[in-house]
Design a protein around this ligand. Structure first.
Ligand code: FAD
Length: 433
């Protein structure tokens, strides 16, 4: 009998919790990855670089496994059908995989687990993508935290070497089944195309982390780690990164804690992942369903340079600096009074690092409906944000070179007018005024 390890958003051999447990199962281990058509079929952009990123990571895993005399099974299809085939083809004693907290993944894993159990195969799942999950960090009263600062305090009190140590997978590599290499389906055969643009690297520069606090809010410089896509797909280990953060920079560690925080919010309050406001009263806001203005925002044509620069950076690279994400999200929801769910969906399509919990958390924070949200009457002023964080317009000119010429559009809405309108609409919904 064999043990199968199912890779999903944990695309590495090193320090991988589920893989470690699979390798220790006592059976030869064969890893598997599924290009899931339930997900791929919904992607309209056939040049979606996330698929390219995954495909590259899969090739790398295949090379490493081939060097170990083993292989990776790579399938393309619906997970339920693929598992049926695998279970017909191999005698599988155990399947191991890592937790995924998104609603689709939870439902999928429940179905697959039940199917495998019915066939006499044990299905084990493990925590790997965060330091603390589910109910590991609760308040004294045993309830989930809904505000970041007390959550992070408890997180720091609870964390210790046990939670941060690496899983020594390398020690058990002998357990991989010795077999001939199998083929990986090409991107083209799955209907996708490579763009060939480089992805952010995954080295963690000590100097960058040490200076993070002072540099992280300036979008014109590489002051943040750009590790988000690697954390998204698990090409780096959160435990290793958190250990570095602990010794190098507390502000950086806090950002990693935000990631855990939003994951547990999605876990405890699944309505946020189903298009509902974290605070239900915010669902009474009368959003303006203005398609033309939404399109102008998407394309970076609002006449507000910092907003347009951010959207153009996103469209061109799949990345946007965090400070600018906050500005563009606030602008869409408060200045244009367009439903945060529209912005959330657009980011979900475009961000290389798209993650349901962090994206939803960020959007609900910006619209005021989320945990920790600033009071609704605090409305970012794009001009003062520019003065503070891009005073020389270095970032803006990179993405909006025509900013000081006649060709640049007039502001889509007047700031003072938009502010007043927003206050009125929010007050009506929240206070019945
Ligand atoms: P760094 O500043 O170097 O931070 C290190 C890591 O910490 C990040 O890679 C990320 O994993 C984590 N992190 C940092 N800030 C946050 C945060 N506020 N919430 C959760 N995790 C955080 N982040 C995503 O990973 N996916 C998303 O889909 C996403 N959507 C967002 C939408 C909006 C409207 C906003 C305001 C923020 C969003 N963020 C999202 C959070 C943040 O902007 C990105 O994580 C960050 O910009 C990634 O760049 P970096 O790797 O250089 O981050």
């Amino acid at each position: 009998p064999l043990t199968l390890f199912w890779f999903r958003r944990d695309l590495r051999l090193h320090d991988n919790a589920g893989l470690y447990h699979a390798l220790k199962s006592g059976h030869p281990v064969l890893p598997v990855f599924i290009f899931d058509t339930e997900i791929l079929d919904k992607l309209e952009d056939k040049k979606d670089r996330r698929i390219e990123f995954i495909h590259l990571a899969i090739h790398k895993l295949q090379t490493q496994l081939t060097q170990l005399g083993s292989t990776l099974i790579v399938k393309y299809g619906k997970p339920s059908e693929v598992w049926q085939q695998l279970s017909d083809e191999y005698y599988i004693a155990e399947v191991h995989t890592n937790h995924d907290y998104e609603p689709y993944a939870l439902a999928r894993d429940k179905t697959i687990g039940e199917f495998l159990n019915a066939r006499g195969t044990a299905f084990y799942t493990h925590k790997d993508q965060c330091i603390f999950e589910k109910s590991e960090i609760l308040s004294g009263a045993g309830t989930p935290y809904t505000v970041f600062t007390p959550y992070s305090r408890k997180w720091k009190e609870t964390v210790n070497d046990f939670y941060l140590r690496s899983y020594p997978t390398e020690t058990y590599f002998e357990a991989f089944l010795k077999t001939q290499p199998l083929e990986i389906p090409s991107l083209e055969s799955m209907g996708f195309e490579a763009v060939g643009q480089p992805f952010p690297g995954k080295e963690v520069r000590k100097e960058l982390i040490e200076n993070y606090k002072e540099r992280r809010d300036i979008p014109s410089i590489p002051g943040t780690s750009r590790l988000s896509v690697h954390l998204r797909f698990g090409t780096i280990s959160i435990r290793e990164l958190a250990r570095k953060a602990q010794t190098l920079n507390e502000t950086f560690l806090n950002e990693l804690i935000w990631r855990d925080f939003y994951m547990q919010i999605l876990w405890h309050f699944p309505h946020v992942g189903q298009g509902k406001a974290f605070r239900p009263e915010y669902d009474k806001i009368e959003w303006r369903h203005d398609e033309a203005q939404f399109q102008a925002w998407c394309e970076g044509r609002t006449g507000y340079p910092i907003v347009d620069a951010g959207m153009r950076e996103l469209n061109a690279t799949g990345f946007m600096h965090n400070r600018v994400r906050m500005v563009v999200a606030s602008f869409l929801t408060k200045h244009l009074l367009i439903d945060w769910r529209w912005g959330e969906a657009y980011f979900a399509q475009k961000l290389l690092d798209f993650d349901l919990s962090a994206n939803n958390g960020g959007w609900q924070w910006a619209s005021g409906s989320g945990t920790d949200a600033a009071p609704y009457f605090r409305i970012f002023n794009p001009t003062s944000q520019t003065q503070k964080f891009d005073p020389q317009l270095v970032y803006i000119k990179k993405w909006v070179p025509e900013v000081s010429s006649f060709g640049y559009p007039q502001p889509i809405v007047d700031h003072a007018f938009a502010r007043e309108r927003c206050l009125k609409v929010y007050q009506k919904a929240l206070k019945g005024l």
